[in-house]
Design a protein around this ligand. Structure first.
Ligand code: GDP
Ligand code: IMO
Ligand code: MG
Length: 430
């Protein structure tokens, strides 16, 4: 087994960054394949915290290749700012260590302006987006009026493309009584960074093919989570990309057979940022305790994350529809000190029992969780590095989750630090 796809199995923020960092010690290449700087991946290495949004988590390890694949939507200004930030933290980012796919789509300022304006127009029904223009950039991509990294090399064509793109957006802006945007301004915004961006750009699919042929190990780093997926998530309260491992191939430019193992990153409880159905949410002292102990504030927007009990129905659904082979169970330590723990094993909707989350948003909003209760533990699991260090009740909790979700726990995480991890299966055995 060589190439691993790491994806979120809940609503994001499961700890993907930490796990990619742990696994990248044995990988050669780390690739992002969807999403954009709506992601916020936190890595803690010997007390130093790195918050990555667009850069693949492999960037913290010297000698690894980081690739931003064609499926990612890239805000060039955000990318350059992030490179500056991590460089100020002592990391090296060079044209050899970072490769940006020439066919990745760009996020322009019009996209974040429109994202925020649309959220405002939705009023109480807003989606709670990150306001980064992610959805709008994907809309333009699918509508075939998007601007891509490779367009920066052809300024004349770029200008025409921006004008065409703005024809669309300005009609909307005028309809809202807002001021139209100038193509010249957007053009200058891009031209001011185009040389720097083009230095990182290249033919990512070809490089990945070469690395693969040379026997190098590739990690595919997902962003967001299964229930934010545009098809499989709690639509319309989702992001605008496919977050499942199935999109790793298309979003990186490799064949689906290149992915040997799909690792679903799964929090030992559940959180969600932004609006949308969340059956096991605890708007009470338990939810507060989870949030406080887990420091549940968004890495990208700083918003307080909503917290609730572990939902085995959701995670099992992510495993089935996302082809997850095994999970990394993170933040087990946050559950230390609870007298008892609840796990959702089904839903009741209008008097009917469900073993899955139905697609209708109206039904999802009515889903009442059916819980099993398990005893908690008073001992600390924080920083545990071996299974033997875990209290018996914690082991029972983990084992029961494995049964309910019908997949093994391949890895356990017990603190934000890189080394506080228990490896249950070697994912990189050839
Ligand atoms: P991602 O978006 O999936 O990469 O996750 P985030 O970085 O947004 O959020 C996960 C948070 O939990 C970060 O602050 C991590 O440092 C932290 N974290 C990751 N694993 C663990 C763990 O096992 N225990 C604790 N206490 N914190 C963790
Ligand atoms: P990582 O990779 C958690 C959520 C937003 C909002 C919805 C749509 O750190 O797990 P968007 O800006 O994407 O159009 O917002 O998706 N969202 C995330 N929630 N973690 C993320 O990324 C997220 N990226 C987007 O809060 O509800
Ligand atoms: Mg995050």
């Amino acid at each position: 087994m060589a190439n691993v796809a790491v994806i979120g199995s809940q609503w994001g923020d499961e700890g993907k960054g930490k796990i990619v960092d742990v696994l990248s010690s044995e990988a050669d290449v780390v690739v992002r394949f969807q999403g954009g700087h709506n992601a916020g991946h936190t890595l803690v290495i010997d007390g130093t915290t790195y918050k990555l949004h667009l850069l693949p988590s492999g960037i913290v390890r010297p000698g690894k290749l980081s690739v931003i694949g064609n499926g990612v939507v890239v805000d060039p200004h955000a990318l350059l700012n992030e490179i500056k930030t991590v460089k100020s933290q002592g990391l090296e980012v060079t044209h050899d260590s970072l490769l940006l796919a020439e066919n990745a789509s760009l996020i322009l300022s019009v996209h974040s302006i429109m994202d925020q304006a649309m959220e405002e127009a939705r009023g109480a029904k807003k989606l709670g987006t990150t306001g980064r223009g992610i959805g709008l950039a994907y809309e333009d991509k699918v509508a075939r009026r998007g601007i891509r990294v490779c367009d920066l090399a052809y300024p004349d064509v770029l200008k025409e493309k921006i004008e065409k793109m703005l024809d669309h957006h300005n009609i909307l802006l005028k309809g809202w009584g807002a001021q139209a945007l100038s193509a010249e301004t957007l053009y200058e915004e891009l031209m001011s960074v185009s040389d720097e961006i083009l230095k990182y750009s290249g033919v990512a699919w070809k490089r990945l093919d070469e690395e693969h042929k040379a026997g190098k190990k590739i990690l595919f780093e997902g962003a967001q989570g299964h229930f934010l997926d545009i098809d499989h998530g709690t639509y319309p309260y989702v992001t605008s990309s496919n977050t499942v491992a199935g999109s790793a191939a298309a979003g990186a430019g490799v064949g689906p057979k290149m992915i040997d193992y799909v690792l679903g990153i799964t929090k030992a409880y559940t959180t969600r940022v932004g609006t949308g159905p969340f059956p096991t949410e605890q708007e009470n002292a338990d939810g507060e305790m989870l949030g406080q102990r887990g420091h549940e504030f968004g890495t990208t927007t700083g918003r307080k994350r909503r917290c609730g009990w572990f939902d085995a129905v959701l995670v099992r659904q992510a495993i089935k529809t996302g082809g997850i082979d095994g999970i990394a169970l993170t933040k087990l330590d946050v559950l230390d000190g609870f007298d008892e723990l609840k796990i959702c094993v089904g839903y009741e909707i209008d008097g009917e029992t469900f073993d899955h989350l139905p697609a209708s948003c109206a039904a999802q909003a009515k889903a009442k969780p059916i819980y099993e209760t398990m005893p908690g533990w008073s001992e600390t699991t924080y920083g545990a590095r071996s299974y033997a260090q875990l209290p018996a009740a914690a082991v029972k909790y983990v084992k029961h989750i494995e049964e309910l979700i019908e997949a093994p726990v391949a890895l356990l995480s017990t603190s934000p630090e890189r080394d506080d991890t228990i490896l249950m299966q070697d994912l990189f055995i050839d």
